[in-house]
Design a protein around this ligand. Structure first.
Ligand code: ADP
Ligand code: MG
Length: 683
């Protein structure tokens, strides 16, 4: 890049050693650092009609002083001066703190321009800046606000940036090829950075930002796509020559025909398996879309080629359930399925470990227990992770490394919005099941106030009498598992009392022993228990198709994704199902969540809405998200630009021009310097 811009900030007029020291605290060392130190927001200086201004908003107004100032002193050196100002047709109060000397300056009938926070109810403005007279010359509509520290003020940094720009702005070089600038009518890089610091008006600012957003997304996507290309070309994956005939007979033996979506994703997976690349694929499908069967068929494919397959799930309940259903599917084909969890007895565990190491056990299902050090495989060819968002990146890596580059498939029922998926999992291939098995009815969702519980019980009773079953999810107290359990026990007693001998009520919570949990789950799935009172432990994956009622206490405390997961426990069979949200949300966001739940059953729609309400950080949970941070761009609001950048990046990476032509030089170097071509993971 441009050497001139790599010089220390002291080459800028007006910046000496002392200022340079202060700037270091903001991680600004070079001229370029300073030029690229972008504002995090803008103050709006446009003169506004007060009727449009929200409470607490910062605003600029012009008016005429219509009273004498009055002043109150309090404490030492503290004072509050007020004066009435006529702004158009309103008379408002202007408040100045700790500037008693203004008393003689603010004269009746003089024009004044005020900037400060608007207190809507008191019709008063707390003045932060003011000017005697009106602003007749053109002024900037927006002033940039920078994050600052120590002795650097926003005003001083503005001054430094302005000086830097005058002296070195022309050195900012274009990094995008000219045809892109033309195609998207983008500001040149220098113009864009100028507009961010010194916007002429809204339009100018928007254009500057638009250009930088695209640039940022494009660079990110180029790195991710390069990494993906690299991984494909360099991964000696295991090649699985599965037996097509056996696979066909397995599929035709299923109790139902596959949906078209299941067939499609299965084909995508099978192509990966028999290619020499290592599969690295994310399988998304809404709750109940039938991912398990796709996993089972894929595992079987590996087995027919003489490989072992592993399925890792986040909870023991789920592991047991999967093991159960897979054992049923595989029995006619003489394929052994083993189950390994934290509560597998020692003797059995030893036998399983031996079986895996010797290659005798073809399919293993388990929890975290699968990634313990002493678990070794003879010939692991496929690793599937169910409910992948429940696992950390690290755990997934450990399991993957248990074989020699086994193919990996991640399944998730948290429908990750496409925008996030292509960003966070950009180096994976994505398969989507976007179709429900035939005959499913929409789950009817209602939002009820907790004091209508009596009515909820009555509707439950009706369903139970028709032979169906129900879940009741208990209030959740985040800090205390003990209180959660107590709540569950209370609700349990209440329901036992209500249903008497007519129906059996069961209780499930995290404090139960594994075999107790297993027992309750078994009784529920065999319909020996009709009502299951539970904490959120049944959230993921549990499958009892005869259950048609899901009642969720304190629904406002859950995120949309989690509510959707819980709701997904019903509506899994052919009967009409119901979800009742018991909630009395106090916030607008809380109410909005309830409304969205009642309006849509579509997990993808829901997750997009959830993302809007919460933002991407929250959506994944801060730490494990691995979501990249962008300086200018916002994944939610700029998702169109993200999609465009992704498509462009994909095209470039696979083109000859990108790796050879002069106009791609900068972007190419950026990729090389990032290290992804050496297989380094993005940070
Ligand atoms: P999820 O995608 O949430 O993991 P499951 O794999 O648990 O969903 O499937 C939900 C239910 O749908 C199960 O009872 C399963 O047997 C059933 N199912 C799966 N595929 C089909 C299909 N093609 N036709 C009918 N039912 C299906
Ligand atoms: Mg599942």
């Amino acid at each position: 890049m441009n050497e001139v811009l790599k010089q220390p900030v002291t080459v800028i007029r007006g910046i000496g050693e002392e200022t340079a020291k202060l700037l270091e605290e903001l991680h600004i060392f070079t001229v370029e650092d300073l030029l690229l130190y972008l504002p995090f927001r803008y103050d709006d200086n446009r003169i506004r009609d007060l009727a449009e201004v929200d409470h607490d908003e910062r605003v600029t107004v012009e008016g005429v002083i219509v009273s004498l100032p009055t002043i109150q002193y309090y404490g030492r050196k503290k004072s509050r001066l007020t004066v009435k100002v006529m702004v158009e047709r309103y008379v408002i109060t202007a408040v100045f703190f700790n500037q008693p000397y203004l008393k003689n300056k603010l004269k009746m009938n003089t024009e004044i321009t005020l900037n400060g926070k608007w207190h809507r109810y008191r019709q008063q403005i707390t003045v932060q800046q003011f000017k005697i007279g009106h602003d007749n010359q053109p002024h900037n509509d927006f002033s940039p606000v920078y994050s600052v520290k120590g002795n650097i003020t926003v005003n001083s940094i503005r001054k430094f940036i302005s000086a830097a720009f005058d002296q070195f702005g022309h050195e900012l070089e274009e990094i995008l090829p000219a045809f892109l600038i033309q195609q998207y009518r983008l500001y040149p890089r220098k113009e864009a950075i100028r507009a961010m610091h010194f916007p002429k008006d809204v339009q100018d600012l928007k254009q500057g930002r638009r250009r930088l957003v695209y640039e940022e997304f494009l660079q990110f996507q180029l790195k991710i796509q390069a990494l993906r290309k690299f991984q494909r070309e360099n991964s000696e994956g295991v090649l699985i020559r599965y037996d097509n005939e056996k696979l066909k007979s397995f599929i035709s033996n299923l109790p139902f025909p596959l949906t078209n979506a299941q067939k499609r994703v299965l084909a995508e997976i099978l192509i990966d398996l028999k290619s020499p690349y290592r599969m690295n694929r994310l399988l998304q499908g809404d709750v109940g879309s039938g991912k398990t069967i796709v996993a089972a068929i894929s595992l079987y494919a590996a087995v027919t080629a003489g490989f072992q397959g592993a399925l890792m799930v986040p909870t023991e309940i789920l592991a047991e359930q999967h093991a159960d259903s897979l054992m049923g599917l595989f029995e006619p084909f003489n394929v052994e399925v083993a189950l390994l969890t934290g509560s597998t007895k020692k003797k059995e565990r030893t036998a399983i470990l031996e079986g895996l190491q010797a290659g005798r056990i073809p399919i293993i299902i388990g929890t975290h227990a699968l990634i313990q050090e002493d678990v070794n495989f003879a010939k692991l060819g496929l690793v599937i992770t169910d409910e992948q968002h429940r696992f950390g990146v690290e755990q997934r890596r450990i399991l993957r490394e248990k074989g020699e580059n086994p193919n990996t498939l991640f399944m998730t029922a948290t429908p990750i919005p496409r925008t996030l998926a292509i960003t966070a999992f950009g180096e994976m291939d994505v398969s989507i099941i976007d179709e429900m098995p035939a005959g499913r009815k929409e789950i009817k969702t209602y939002w009820a106030k907790p004091n209508n519980f009596e009515q909820v019980l009555q509707m439950m009773e009706k369903e139970l009498q028709a032979g169906r079953q129900a879940y009741v999810i208990c209030p959740l107290i985040e800090e205390s598992e003990k209180l959660d359990v107590q709540n569950a026990i209370d609700v349990y007693h209440q329901l036992v009392h209500y249903f008497g001998t007519r129906f059996q009520v069961g209780l499930m919570h995290g404090r139960l022993h594994t075999d107790e949990k297993e027992q309750v789950m078994k009784e529920f799935s065999e319909n020996k228990i009709q009502v299951l009172v539970s904490t959120t432990v049944v959230e993921v994956g549990v499958n009892v198709p005869n259950a048609t009622v899901m009642v969720i206490y304190d629904a406002e405390r859950f995120g949309l994704a989690q509510l959707h997961q819980l709701r997904g426990r019903v509506g899994r069979g052919k009967h009409q199902s119901y979800c009742i949200l018991l909630a009395d949300p106090k916030t607008e966001v809380g109410k909005e969540r309830m409304r969205i739940m009642t309006e849509t059953n579509d997990g993808f729609v829901l997750s997009e809405r959830d993302l809007e309400l919460r933002g991407p950080g929250d959506f994944f949970g801060k730490k494990q998200s691995g979501m990249p941070e962008f300086k200018v761009a916002d994944m939610v609001h700029d998702y169109r630009a993200l999609e465009t950048a992704r498509q462009d990046a994909e095209k470039f990476i696979h083109s000859k021009e990108f790796w050879e032509d002069e106009e791609f030089k900068y972007l190419r170097n950026m990729i090389i310097q990032s290290g992804v071509l050496d297989g380094e993971k993005l940070d």
